[in-house]
Design a protein around this ligand. Structure first.
Ligand SMILES: Cc1cc2nc3c(=O)[nH]c(=O)nc-3n(C[C@H](O)[C@H](O)[C@H](O)COP(=O)(O)OP(=O)(O)OC[C@H]3O[C@@H](n4cnc5c(N)ncnc54)[C@H](O)[C@@H]3O)c2cc1C
Ligand SMILES: C[S@@+](CC[C@H](N)C(=O)[O-])C[C@H]1O[C@@H](n2cnc3c(N)ncnc32)[C@H](O)[C@@H]1O
Length: 655
């Protein structure tokens, strides 16, 4: 094991413990009232919102909390939910927190409440690193989705429509924490509320009452906890509409009647969608042109699970950092259900190709446990090289994609049916999609279809407009040698190499847009070895006639995955063809999307990182549950973006 990297200073909220009570020096305020903090939380939030009565009546319930803090309200809610809700219902809990509390401080709090320790343990087990963005995790066997939004409250809510049923407003006192109690925050809360949503908070400050009233809430003063005279309870009285800055990306709620779904493609993208729907009780059919899983890009023997971090595009980096942490969470879960090891999580070294890693870390404030620059003294001998910048991702690793696919298919159990067919077309007839083969025969009908067929997206009419190219990649299998055996961690450079697996290191991959050969090319083998030798001089011996594998990555023109509902291209044309005139967004109606038709494609060279979060995005769209990423991120992966760019540049159709 590589030492030195786990000795980390993470960017968590500063907390002082005063007489065993947490206190924030930054806000000069306490996290809980001194008298009966726990009972007050239960009284103000869980009881006033009538959680236990309401959760018996619904299949899905959404709670949002401004100021997640140490998660005490969340844990109390978990307890109430698990004691009252019906077994098939799902709770979505959106916890917004600008200054994440460290797991150590949460643990310390948990010790004060031994009867809640099981719930705190569940929270700590899935608690993400303090990385800005949204981190969705499941608890209580998948019945509860915690959406931790590590960002300012306004950023978390301003462009969203979460359809919240109950709000917990639990900032520090309004006089000390004005950013959490502003007019803008109240408007955001109203915009994210269902009509009839309830809201409670311990404060009864006049400014809060007035702000909520003017945002459209019916506000009442009710009896406060213990000796406190009053607190606020409010109800969202009327629907609140707000203008959208990009109406073309606003997708209408889905109206799916049956929990059955068809997915085209049995690679990482398709099977992660299948696995997530199966976990939510859906009956899933996966169609593939091969009889077994992972026969195309996902059949790559071994690859790295690493994010792609961009200095220029914040939304892209937020997508990949959330996707990376979620992939790790899901791979851990899948691995724990499978005896054969396919996920090797001991960190990845990255040789900085363009000298930008330091700037990326600084810009996004990544904690060292996410990515850190390796100090010279910690560089393993085989990586030591003058004037080389080296970074390390402690949580990353390498994995065997084919085995991941097999494990996901197995984990679907009897919820999954498999069909071998080559899909040529998909038509919408009488509210259902007919899936046709080359002979024009219907091989399947389904209300919901997800197109997840890698480079095959270009072959299906409804998705053929997507600018996806097949980029050839060739891996080289290099036998272990005496020196290469010391390689403990995977290394990423302008290619990558894994530690040995069954006596073989996997090196790859070449990257060619124009070469279409499916055979191993000698030139590519030589090129892989050359890059390997440059990165890790003298570590490997290179016998002749090496094995390898060729695959084709699906890559979009902006290199970002394509995730979400598929736009109705003719409708988009009539709605937005004059976008290049530069009229304001309010001038336009919401986008029209094909009902029940979704895509998860263009995972490029990072499919093991991006597929899981992408699948979760699609589940949230189909089930009308809160999206697991911010609106900015949803928009950058939206399949309509290519049409919109063309309309804006007056380049539709292509010219
Ligand atoms: C050489 C190489 C190295 C890579 N290294 C890494 C790495 O280190 N880390 C990483 O994260 N990613 C890596 N990738 C990328 C990763 O493998 C892909 O992003 C991922 O596998 C994409 O999964 P997918 O399900 O979208 O596509 P695929 O795995 O290609 O699956 C698509 C499926 O759809 C089926 N299909 C296609 N068209 C039709 C049709 N018309 N009808 C029926 N079925 C159809 C295919 O048979 C296939 O099974 C690498 C890729 C290559 C090629
Ligand atoms: C009283 S504590 C919350 C306690 C918490 N509800 C619990 O159950 O443990 C208030 C929290 O609001 C957070 N906060 C303050 N300003 C914020 C903002 N602008 N956006 C999001 N969170 C904020 C603080 O960091 C702090 O964790």
């Amino acid at each position: 094991m590589f030492d030195g990297i786990f000795d980390i200073a993470m960017k968590y909220a500063e907390i002082e413990w005063r007489e065993n009570q947490p206190y924030s020096p930054e806000y000069d305020d306490i996290y809980y009232s001194r008298e009966g903090g726990r009972s007050e939380s239960e009284y103000v939030f869980v009881n006033q919102n009538h959680l236990q009565e309401r959760c018996k009546l619904v299949d899905q319930f959404v709670i949002a909390e401004t100021g997640f803090g140490m998660g005490l309200n969340f844990v109390l809610t978990l307890k109430a939910w698990s004691e009252s809700a019906n077994k098939n219902s799902t709770l979505h809990y959106i916890g917004i927190e600008k200054h994440p509390v460290s797991p150590d401080d949460i643990f310390r709090l948990s010790e004060l409440f031994p009867d809640l320790s099981g719930y705190f343990e569940e929270l700590l087990l899935i608690y993400p690193l303090p990385v800005e963005g949204v981190h969705v995790r499941t608890l209580l066997g998948g019945r509860v989705y915690l959406h931790l939004q590590f960002m300012d409250v306004v950023d978390a809510l301003k462009h969203q429509h979460f359809n919240v049923d109950a709000w917990y407003l639990d900032g520090f006192g309004p006089a000390k924490n004005s950013g959490l109690w502003s007019e803008q925050v109240f408007k955001c809360i109203a915009q994210n509320s269902k009509t009839g949503a309830t809201l409670s908070t311990y404060t009864c400050a006049g400014a809060v009452r007035r702000g909520l009233t003017s945002a459209g809430f019916d506000v009442k003063k009710v009896k406060g906890y213990g000796r406190k005279r009053e607190m606020i309870f409010a109800v969202a009285a009327k629907p609140c509409s707000v203008s959208s800055k990009s109406p073309w990306y606003d997708v209408q709620p889905s109206e799916i009647k049956n929990k059955t779904i068809t997915i085209i493609g049995a690679g990482l993208a398709g099977l992660s969608v299948a696995w997530f729907f199966a976990q939510r009780g859906w009956q899933v059919t996966v169609i593939d042109r091969y009889g077994s899983v992972a026969q195309e890009a996902s059949g790559n023997p071994a690859g790295l699970v690493l994010p792609r971090l961009s200095l220029d595009n914040k939304s892209e980096s937020m997508f990949y950092s959330s996707a990376f942490l979620y992939a790790i969470n899901q791979l851990d879960k899948l691995q724990s259900q499978t005896s054969e090891q396919f996920w090797f999580k001991n960190g990845v070294f990255s040789i900085d190709k363009n000298g930008k890693t330091g700037a990326v870390i600084k810009k996004y404030n990544y904690p060292e446990s996410f990515i850190n620059t390796v100090h010279e003294k910690d560089i393993p001998a085989y990586l030591a090289c003058e004037s080389r910048e080296l970074s390390f991702y402690p949580l990353a690793g390498w994995a065997l994609p084919e085995k991941i696919c097999e494990a996901m298919a197995k984990a679907c159990g009897n919820k999954l049916a498999r069909l071998t067919a080559e899909v040529h077309d998909i038509n919408h007839v009488d509210g259902v999609w007919q899936i046709l083969n080359a002979q024009g025969e219907t091989v399947m009908t389904s209300e919901v279809v997800v197109v997840a067929n890698g480079v095959g997206v270009s072959e299906i009419d409804k998705t053929s407009y997507l600018p996806v190219s097949a980029v050839r990649g060739q891996m080289t299998a290099v036998p272990i040698s005496e020196t290469s055996a010391q390689l403990e961690h995977a290394v990423s450079f302008d290619a990558y190499v894994t530690p040995q697996y069954n006596g073989t290191h996997y090196v790859g991959a070449s990257y060619s847009l124009h070469e279409k050969s499916k055979d191993l090319l000698v030139a590519d083998q030589e090129d892989n070895l050359l890059r390997l030798e440059k990165a890790l001089p003298g570590l490997f011996s290179h016998p002749d006639n090496l094995n390898g594998r060729v695959g084709f990555r699906a890559v979009s023109t902006d290199r970002i995955p394509i995730i979400g509902q598929i736009p109705d291209e003719p409708a988009f044309k009539s709605l937005y063809k004059d976008l290049h005139h530069g009229k304001p967004a309010e001038h336009y109606k919401s986008g029209q999307y094909l009902p029940g038709l979704y895509v998860s494609a263009a995972h490029g060279s990072r499919g093991m990182c991006s597929c899981f979060l992408s699948a979760e995005i699609i589940v949230s769209m189909v089930e009308n549950s809160p999206t697991p990423v911010s609106k900015e991120v949803i928009d950058i992966v939206n399949p309509a973006r290519f049409l919109i760019r063309k309309f804006k540049r007056n380049r539709y159709p292509d010219r």
